[in-house]
Ligand binder design. Structure first.
Ligand SMILES: [Zn+2]
Length: 456
């Protein structure tokens, strides 16, 4: 969007009437508008009082009024004030970040002691960004703490120290839909260029169906999924995906549909269209499927005993250090070490079920601990009789080894939608399921039109 000559004139005229700092930043904007806006999303939601009255359709940028520049100050002689943006890394603190920005201890001290707002800048986490606006004298004028694309805090210098202004923005949400047929793994299918789901959405999908399907070991060529989800945009730019609203997974010929439902109290769970909870007492897979190597053959000769031993558990090959989850709520009844098992953890769930986790690199729990489903109880390792890092997982019911893949879906489920809530439930979910189907139909039509019969 190159401004026309007239717009340029209006722009310069408008600039001449700006306070100095506006002018500096505006000059910077002219140079690197795109980059700057990508880093510092405009704040037209909460920063109305600072909005800039340009005739160009520039997004507004939050600015601090400073004494006006002399009327005659020519634009080209202004030094653009430079924002310096740093990403918080693990182990960082405010002093280190100030140093990296070219400021010193005195600046840190001045900032922190300038008011209670500034003192609050202690909750820094890796991935956050700090952007510093430093003037020609080397003084910090503004500091922006970007928590994520939607939430940031701007500290600006006033006579009474640095004052913070929160800004949170609402993304525009659009519905999106993808469907894919799996040829090797869910992850590969979801990440293929046509489908392009992000990791967070893949993880959501695996979580929703994680009580029914072992995404590490159950997936077969020809399995497929459909997913209706939210895409979030800010100023026309996609910033990420939101919630999955409805999805269907077909595994080895069996299809399961799940739909997102918000209860009256605001809690959110996924249910089948009949109102049965997707959540079960036990996870199918006690670790994130994304870390499971697919080329693992659990029936190979035992590397130490050189025999095919009766194998009464499931082996998941994964990198050393991969977090291992408790398959369900329960209590740790054993956490120890033996020559064969290496580091191991046994968990009792209710009266009937015990789960066992062997060859752990580290244990994160001890005997007697209560654990929740999906709590990290240790990490994958190769301690004991194991040639490579893997998790050996056992599921016992009344002392008998059972295959979790056939038994879990038969166990009592978490609560279903109560009869009295059924009307509300179906009113909320029907449009979502209808949309899942409409998108699917439209995709089929499009594929038929393009002569591609890959997906059916
Ligand atoms: Zn094993």
């Amino acid at each position: 969007m190159e401004p026309t000559e007239n717009q340029r004139k209006d722009f310069s005229k408008a600039l001449r009437n700006f306070p100095r700092n506006h002018l500096l930043l505006a000059a910077g904007l002219g140079v690197c508008l795109g980059g700057l806006l990508a880093l510092f999303p405009s704040e037209n939601v909460t920063a109305k009082r600072h909005s800039v009255p340009l005739t160009l359709s520039l997004p507004t940028v939050e600015l601090t009024p400073l004494p006006a520049a002399p009327e005659t100050a020519p634009l080209q002689e202004a030094t653009p004030a430079e924002w310096k943006t740093l990403t918080v890394r693990s182990g960082d603190n405010l002093s280190l970040l100030f140093q990296r920005a070219g400021l010193d201890h005195a600046d840190v001290h001045e900032f922190i002691s300038s008011g209670k707002d500034a003192k609050a800048l202690t909750r820094l986490f890796p991935g956050h960004q700090l952007a510093f606006l430093i003037d020609e004298q080397g003084d910090l004028q503004q500091l922006r703490h970007v928590i994520n694309p939607l939430d940031s805090k701007l500290y600006h210098r006033t006579q009474d120290g640095f004052v913070a202004e929160d800004s949170s923005r609402e993304p525009d949400t659009h519905l999106a839909y993808r469907e894919a047929r799996i040829t090797s793994s869910l992850y590969m299918a979801a990440k293929s260029p046509d489908i392009g789901l992000d990791d967070a959405t893949v993880d959501q999908l695996a979580t929703i169906f994680g009580w029914d399907i072992d995404f590490g070991l159950d997936i077969r060529k020809g399995d497929s999924f459909k997913v209706l989800f939210e895409e979030q945009f800010l100023d026309g730019e996609k910033i990420g995906n939101g919630n999955i609203l409805a999805a269907e997974f077909t595994n080895q010929g069996r299809s399961v549909q799940a739909v997102r439902y918000e209860h009256e109290d605001g809690s959110i769970h996924y249910y089948t269209p009949e109102g049965k909870s997707m959540r079960k007492e036990f996870l199918q897979t006690p670790l994130n499927f994304r870390y499971i190597s697919s080329n693992f053959n659990p029936n190979r000769l035992h590397p130490i005993h050189k025999t095919v031993r009766p194998h009464r558990g499931t082996d998941y090959a994964a990198d050393r250090g991969t977090p291992v989850w408790s398959a369900g709520d329960g209590k740790v009844i054993e956490a120890g070490y033996s020559r064969a098992n290496g580091n191991y953890v046994f968990i009792q769930h209710g009266a009937d079920v015990v789960t066992r986790y062997l060859h752990l690199h580290n244990k994160h729990v001890k005997k007697g601990d209560r654990v929740r489903q999906k709590q990290v109880i240790g990490t994958v390792g190769s301690t004991g009789y194991a040639t490579g890092p893997h998790l050996h997982y056992e599921f016992l019911m009344n002392g008998v080894h059972r295959n979790p893949r056939t038994i879990i879906s038969k166990l009592p489920q978490a609560k279903s939608i109560a009869g009295a809530e059924m009307l509300r439930f179906s009113q909320q979910i029907s449009p979502l399921l209808a949309q899942l189907d409409e998108f699917h139909q439209a995709t089929q039509l499009a594929l038929a039109g393009s002569g591609d019969s890959n997906v059916q």
